[in-house]
Ligand binder design. Structure first.
Ligand SMILES: Cc1cc2nc3c(=O)[nH]c(=O)nc-3n(C[C@H](O)[C@H](O)[C@H](O)COP(=O)(O)O)c2cc1C
Length: 170
């Protein structure tokens, strides 16, 4: 039984507590790495071939356009041997109330039937929104479990809730 943490995350300019700043590691990436080390999972970053802009204002426009077009941005790579993973922690930032469209591209590439998916997201107020259902809709036959939402600007804090979620206690 192998586990995978597959996540999308963008560094560069983002909002933190009301002001914009550049960061070198995205919020979701920090949580993804923590989950991978706590669960002994392999780690895979979902990356689009043409990344969104480094500046925040352009990025949100690009991401909104992709959502409105129901785009499937091309990815740089896919994990090898997805068949070997029974449990997948799927991480993403909340973009406009759902997942970045590159995560849809990723989910469309594989048959998740019989696999368990644990969604986790970082956000600035919207929580998971409808993402648990969005994931279930495109991963027919998968067991999509209760996700966890973590406020992006708090990812560096200790998070007992995350540890309890990993142990299936919440
Ligand atoms: C394009 C874009 C759209 C966003 N839309 C939302 C949103 O609808 N709701 C929300 O709570 N946060 C939203 N955010 C904030 C991100 O979810 C949050 O900053 C997240 O922690 C970023 O994760 P990352 O650093 O791993 O990319 C958005 C951010 C971006 C860049």
């Amino acid at each position: 039984m192998k586990k995978l943490v597959a996540y999308y995350s963008r560094a560069d300019e983002n909002y933190f507590g009301g002001s914009k700043k550049y960061i070198s590691v995205g919020n979701t990436e920090k949580i993804a790495k923590r989950i991978a080390s706590l669960t002994g999972s392999d780690l895979f970053k979902i990356e689009q071939k043409i990344p969104y802009a480094k500046d925040y204002d352009t990025c949100i426009i690009q991401a909104k356009k992709d959502l409105q077009m129901n785009a499937r941005p091309e990815l740089i790579a896919l994990p090898n041997n997805m068949e070997q993973y029974d449990e997948i922690y799927l991480g993403f930032p909340n973009y406009w109330g759902t997942m970045p469209m590159a995560v849809y591209t990723f989910l469309n590439k594989f048959n998740f039937s019989g696999k368990t998916i644990y969604p986790f997201c970082t956000h600035e107020g919207s929580g998971l929104s409808s993402t648990e259902r969005d994931i279930a809709d495109i991963t027919q036959g998968a067991n999509v479990l209760k996700g966890i939402a973590i406020v992006g600007s708090l990812v560096d804090k200790e998070n007992e809730e995350l540890e309890r979620w990993i142990k299936n206690e919440i």
